[in-house]
Design a binder for this molecule. Structure first.
Ligand code: RB5
Length: 153
């Protein structure tokens, strides 16, 4: 079951500030045998991160993709924007343990990275860890379900 999930395509997006890292990440994920849907940005021309957060988080929210990756300069604008969407659990990570725990306890479905803060090698390790780590379920399932009640309150 989790093996299938690992093979599912990943939707990725960034603003101009993380364009270079996104390009490298796309190639890295494809080298793992996983398909990538890249929604842009496609250059370093100044862009609004919200536009790309909407594309990626919207697709994950609607269930069109089970996982996404978003990048901006710090990752902050992307994580703030993505977490406005129902059923999106976007985790801004810059260390391996957080990437792992965001999967195990929070079932994060979007990994957010700060392109101006981390290098390629750390980004690849974070992504690999995030892809490989399954959700633990159990007591954490009710907790993540209850996150959705916040939107209705
Ligand atoms: C762009 O200059 C920068 O503000 C953006 O990439 C991001 O860091 C916002 O949170």
């Amino acid at each position: 079951m989790e093996i299938d999930k690992k093979q599912q395509p990943i939707i990725i997006g960034s603003d101009h500030a993380a364009f270079q890292l996104k390009e490298k990440i796309r190639i890295f994920i494809e080298s793992l045998g996983i398909k990538v849907d890249d929604v842009g940005a496609f250059s370093e021309l100044s862009a609004n991160y919200v536009d790309y957060a909407k594309k990626v988080a919207g697709a994950v929210s609607r269930g069109e993709f089970s996982r996404g990756i978003l990048l901006c300069g710090t990752g902050l604008g992307m994580s703030i924007s993505a977490n406005r969407f129902a059923n999106v659990r976007a985790a801004l990570c810059s260390d391996i343990l957080s990437a792992k725990m965001s999967r195990m306890h929070n079932d994060s479905n979007i990994l957010v990275l700060g392109g101006r803060l981390i290098g390629d090698v750390l980004a690849f390790e974070l992504i690999k860890t995030w892809i490989d780590t399954p959700f633990e379920g159990g007591r954490h399932l009710e907790r993540i379900k209850s996150i959705e009640t916040i939107l209705k309150s």
